[in-house]
Design a protein around this ligand. Structure first.
Ligand code: TYM
Length: 355
């Protein structure tokens, strides 16, 4: 076991158009987690990405771009482990075992599958359906205790806890017989870390819809690669309502666009919605948007520029991923060995020493 008290795991899909929601709801918080007494693993989940068709010519670039976003945001690849999922085979191996633990009824309740499959469910990939099981494997291959994510991942994390608990129950005798019962079963019941003012960043065009990579309107989101001019233009065009900003948070209820912009401001500035309204309560949107443009450009433009600089050197990024994959595998491999013993597989005896 590692010397750290906590093990943090999270992932981001390399599906293009990384946006402000990904940054404020996830990546910025990944950086903050590095200050805890924790081993942090941050994974570019390329195997999840292909549950929907990805152009192979673009995918490698998208994987490097998410890696660049991690690094540009301040994730230190020496302190944290940064890697892409497909380089560590234990994710897929554990996912298969979990496919045999998870129940169809559980997966049938997953709202993200329903949203992504749309009306033509018969034509969705099996991978899209089994997606949350792979996600549980990502987390539990490292026996992660904490998972920082945006609010849209809540249901998937509940499923991860259900899978961990069912595995611990179904195999309790075998877990004990193999000496892996440390009092609380083999897998931890992972804590989701969802919070802050930007757990759910909404579209700039419609405050009732989540900001998303797949929205057809580019004006609905601020992409992490947008330059200062486009950031400013998108904030200025963002939908608002005709009233001035309220002076109390309760006054944001029923005003989704106002609530969203105040939440974004708060998250960018590391303060609460209350703090923002203390300064801007009574202000018109024109004045507030001016301040938001300044804050967003100040934070995001250097991030985008650093991402561009990093992706210009793919060899450097690939070296970070290779180093991360080795360190990740060193944690996941013993977990999988133990899982295979627990399940009752005859494990391969190494005839030759591996490198
Ligand atoms: P993905 O790639 O869709 O998004 C990456 C992270 O960004 C968060 N996020 C948001 N947060 C706030 N507001 C938004 N509008 C917004 N949009 C996205 C997501 O919640 C996420 O934290 N299934 C995951 C990837 C994954 C994963 C994992 C995460 C795979 N395995 C294991 C944690 C642990 C996903 O599709 O994220």
């Amino acid at each position: 076991m590692s010397a750290f008290k906590e093990l943090v795991f999270s992932g981001v899909q390399p599906t293009g158009n990384l946006h402000l929601g990904n940054y404020l709801g996830a990546i910025k918080r990944f950086v903050e987690m590095q200050a805890r007494d924790a081993q942090c693993l941050y994974c570019v989940v390329d195997m999840h990405a292909i549950t929907l068709w990805q152009d192979p010519a673009a995918l490698k670039g998208q994987i490097r771009e998410v890696t660049a976003a991690f690094l540009a945001a301040g994730i230190d690849p020496k302190r944290s482990i940064v890697f892409n999922q497909s380089q560590v085979p234990q994710h897929a191996e554990l996912a298969w075992i979990f496919n045999c633990v998870a129940r169809l009824g559980w997966l049938n309740r997953m709202t993200q599958f329903k949203d992504k499959a749309g009306k033509d469910r018969e034509n969705a990939s099996v991978g899209l359906y089994a997606y949350p099981v792979l996600m549980a494997a990502d987390i539990l291959a490292y026996r992660a205790t904490h998972v920082p994510v945006g609010e849209d991942q809540k249901q998937h994390l509940e499923l991860t806890r259900d899978i961990a608990q069912k595995f611990n129950n179904d195999f309790s005798q075998s877990i004990a017989a193999h000496g892996h019962d440390e009092g609380a079963g083999f897998f931890p019941v992972t804590e989701p870390l969802i919070g802050g003012p930007a757990a759910r960043v909404m579209s700039l065009r419609d405050g009732t819809k989540k900001m998303s990579k797949s929205d057809v309107s580019d004006n609905s989101r601020i992409n992490l690669t947008d330059d200062a001019d486009s950031i400013a233009a998108k904030v200025r065009k963002a939908k608002t309502d005709p009233d001035a900003l309220p002076s109390e948070v309760a006054g944001l209820s029923g005003r989704p666009e106002a609530d969203n912009l105040v939440g974004i401001f708060a998250a960018l500035k590391d303060v609460s919605r209350e703090d923002v309204l203390r300064d801007f309560g009574g202000a018109q949107f024109s004045a507030f948007k001016g301040a938001l443009v300044e804050l967003a450009v100040e934070t995001l433009a250097p991030l985008g520029a650093e991402m561009k600089r990093l992706v210009a050197d793919p060899a450097e990024i690939d070296a970070v991923l290779a180093d991360g994959a080795e360190r990740a595998e060193a944690i996941a491999a013993p977990t999988l060995d133990a899982v295979k013993d627990i399940v009752g597989f005859v494990r391969r005896t190494r005839l030759h020493a591996v490198r």
